[in-house]
Ligand binder design. Structure first.
Ligand code: PMP
Length: 452
């Protein structure tokens, strides 16, 4: 028997290993414990109130403690808390959610497969794409194209698709065949004097040359976030996605749109692929699917993808893939109610209506001596901090200045995320004009407090 420590902080330090945390620093400073949520706000164990500028982890679209989601979960828990989808079994919430997802995603996507997380979903996508190409008699067509700074998860395959050294160092990743192309972020990756159109053309040329050098017969799929999120919120240059789509069609390469952050209105359109005008063969959603009240991810696919997979299951006898809790009925019931709220409250419309106020309000910080770039669309944005605006030189030590900004924002009562040199923002989609003013004011005060 272990005795209880005298505070939750001490108990946490004693017993928990935290993700995305320096364990030695944590042992000294302990956790910030969040005890309560309400709409766009959360409260810590000291009773301090924060505006949640990142909606949890880019995910609590309908806000915290929404009673309709609590009720939907409780009702489903009482009726049928668990059942699986294996071996021809099904349950109503899973069936109805599949129908709803097919209705609201782009119309060429017609079938749904569930997992518990975005990482599991992308691992599943890798396996499905391999499975398909084995069925089609082209076992050499297995490589994925991804991008530097991409975030697709942290499991073995999805962590290989991710293009961030911090997720791969020490883990022997990448562990599957993946080629990372240049990050489509004009501010950081354009060459001196290059226009945005020239930058797009260079990236598309690089993609085509890579496909030809590797051999189109070896490249199975291109995966990308329409707006890149966890790598630092990067919006693509004009013409990038249509160009990528044309190349993928030319060389018979599947397009996977990873909409784990972009999905359900975050960019001002229902799905990011609609904002940027391309048609993916596979679309991955999670996070705002349940507003992260329950773990759930959904993979949507075209009929062409489904037919090949279905044929192979007939040949092999089964689809040898599935998760015990994938498409859990409580998670599906919460997702259905969550989507109903998004529709009834027109939250996607709210994002489109507030985009200009949010984005132009943030762009006013461009005058700050340390703000190198403000970027974003809809209700997602990144503010990149630099030591020298003219040369775009980053601060030393790496990550310090954005971490400091994040701490100063927390002191002001605003939670944001520091990602390398960037401050990430992604408030709940229920945010209103007054709360955007509050966010801008608190962020402004945090930026003013930075050491110059
Ligand atoms: N894809 C994208 C685009 C993501 O942003 C994330 C999570 N930030 C994932 C995949 C992985 O999702 P999870 O953390 O649920 O495994």
């Amino acid at each position: 028997m272990t005795t209880r420590s005298n505070s939750l902080q001490e108990t946490d330090i004693a017993y928990q290993l935290h993700p995305y945390t320096n364990a030695r620093v944590h042992e000294k400073q302990g956790p910030m414990i969040i005890t309560k949520g309400d709409g766009c706000y959360v409260y810590d164990s000291e009773g301090k109130k924060y505006l949640e500028g990142l909606a949890g982890l880019w995910s609590v679209g309908v806000g915290f403690s929404q009673p309709r989601l609590v009720e939907a979960a409780a009702k489903q828990m009482a009726e049928l808390p668990y059942y699986q989808n294996f071996a021809h079994k099904a349950h109503a919430p899973g069936i109805l959610l599949s129908e709803k997802l097919v209705e609201i995603t782009p119309e060429h996507l017609t079938k749904v497969f569930y997992t518990n997380s975005g990482s599991e979903a992308n691992d599943t996508v890798v396996k499905f794409v391999w499975f398909m190409n084995n069925m089609l008699g082209r076992p050499e067509k297995k490589k994925f194209l991804s991008r530097n700074k991409a975030y697709h998860g942290i499991t073995v395959a999805s962590g290989s698709l991710t293009g961030l050294p911090g997720n791969q160092k020490g883990f022997d990743l990448p562990a599957i065949p993946v080629v990372h192309l240049t990050c489509p972020h004009y501010y950081r990756w354009a060459e001196d004097g290059e226009t945005e159109a020239e930058f797009t053309a260079r990236l598309l040329k690089e993609a085509e040359e890579t496909i030809l050098a590797e051999g189109p017969e070896t490249i199975a799929a291109f995966i990308g976030e329409p707006v890149m999120g966890a790598g630092g919120v990067m919006t693509p240059p004009e013409g990038y996605w249509p160009g990528i789509e044309a190349l993928c069609r030319k060389y018979d390469i599947l397009i996977v749109s990873d909409e784990v952050i972009n999905g359900f209105g975050r960019t001002g359109k229902p799905f990011g692929c609609e904002r940027y005008g391309f048609k993916p063969d596979i679309l991955v959603t999670s996070k705002q699917l349940t507003s992260s009240y329950m773990p759930l991810a959904a993979i949507l696919m075209t009929d062409e993808v489904y037919q090949v997979i279905a044929d192979y299951t007939e040949q092999l006898g089964t689809l040898g893939h599935g998760f015990t809790a994938g498409g859990n009925p409580v998670a599906c019931a919460v997702a259905l109610e969550n989507i109903k709220i998004i529709e009834e409250q027109d939250l996607m419309g709210n994002v489109a209506r507030l985009e200009d106020k949010f984005q132009s309000g943030l762009r006013k910080f461009s005058d700050h001596p340390m703000v190198g770039e403000v970027r974003g669309v809809g209700l997602i944005a990144g503010i990149e901090l630099v030591a020298d605006k003219a040369t775009k030189k980053s601060y030393e030590p790496a990550g310090y200045i954005a971490a400091t900004a994040s701490k100063l924002a927390a002191e002001q009562g605003l939670i944001v995320r520091n990602i390398y040199e960037t401050i990430g923002l992604c408030p709940p989609m229920i945010i209103d004009e007054a709360q955007i003013d509050e966010l801008l004011e608190k962020l402004g005060a945090a930026l003013e407090g930075l050491p110059t």
